[in-house]
Design a protein around this ligand. Sequence first.
Ligand code: ADP
Ligand code: MG
Length: 464
Amino acid sequence: MPDETVSLEEYWNDAATAIKEALGESDYATWFSRVHYDSSSEGVLRLKASSTYVLETVSARYSDIIIQKVSECAGFPVRIEFTLKKSEPSPKKEPRKEEQSPAMAPAPAPSKKEGRARGSEMLNPAYTFDSFVPGENSLFPFSACRAIAENPGGSYNPCLIYGGVGLGKTHLLQAIGNQIVQNSKLKVLYVTSENFVNEYINAVNTKTTVQFKNKYRRTNVLLMDDIQFLENKDQSQTELFNAFNDLYDSGRQLVFTSDRPVSELKNITERLRNRFARGLNVDIQPPEYETRMAILRRKAQEKNFHMEEDVLDYVAQNVKSNVRDLEACLTRLVAYSELIGRPVTLEVAREQLKNSISVSIDRSTASVANIIKCVAEFYGISPYDIKGKSKKKSIAGARQIAMYLARKQTDFSTTEIGTEFGGRDHTTIMYAIQKVESALTVPNSETQAVINRIMTIIKAGDRQ
Ligand code: ADP
Ligand code: MG
């Protein structure tokens, strides 16, 4: 007989490992970092979720797997209930709109020089929440950014949005800025981390570091784009770390974007990494078919361009990489119809997009990405290392093997493979192939053994 009076906490902890394995690191971290054990009695496990959104999503998506894993660990059927975590009565962290914390009092009006953007870079007025088409892939980051814009310095502070290129990170980050600038007198500072580094270097050279420091402490909202650029920039990291602490301690809002999760950021000091990881980390995924259709429809409408359903479908079926590529295809079709003065039929679209689409064909792109993933897995490094710039011997060697396999196992040209490997020149790919081929001519080649083992990993993945 199962002892249903026991606490289920231990089983929940054990099950968490199994759930993590089943879902993968990323999904697990996204959702289960916001769901915690609450209490249990008579075979019912109560979990508390950090927000209604988390509660709804986790219970809709993951109830089955939670029940299954916890029941397996417990050895008897367990039921689950979700409750909403009561928010801590922290006036600083949850300022109501009308009674915001003193830290969120408007900063002094911007000087004329700073202009309307109240920042070091102008906000693009086109990047608003209205012009963003949310889909399954982006609903969570979209909702988080909207909540932040409604209540800066509130519950989601700091926040990090991460994901690949062209998926809308900058758009969402700036939408936060645009909305806050429009609805309040709060001071918003939007900066790419590249410009932050440049400004800092410039401040050091011109002995104006005091002004630099002041600027980054006198803002109510700091929006920093592409923090992966801070890798290896130690001094700038220190500056950001100090600014972060000052802003955060006084309840100001911080939002960052990155092209990878914090765990994949290399050469960022541990203390800064901890700051980024604190708060809400949300990923943005490539849009699925329905969202690609919705985005295309919306963008075509904005351009007053009539797009036939079959053309829409053709583009949405084929351009799967990201929204920037979708926009580029649409721009090309609009230009064609304006300049040539003919309607865009499916045939025209096929002809016009054949080059862009060949790079986006999912089958090959996926398999290059998969090869990179499998090679990374074999060497115990990250796919970002393989696509990245590190010249470390171990990484460069793995990269060459991945390039070689990409050429042998897919239909991609060396130019296209170069694109997939972080925008490298085709000569780099050719060189890598030659190197690997020459290593393969050695009798009992170690390289051949490595390739065989990687191929086993790739094939195992194919069968799944
Ligand atoms: P990232 O910063 O992630 O590389 P961007 O924010 O620059 O991507 O987005 C690339 C382009 O795609 C921009 O023009 C942006 O407006 C557009 N875009 C991205 N996602 C969406 C979306 N969901 N709805 C509408 N436009 C989008
Ligand atoms: Mg961007």
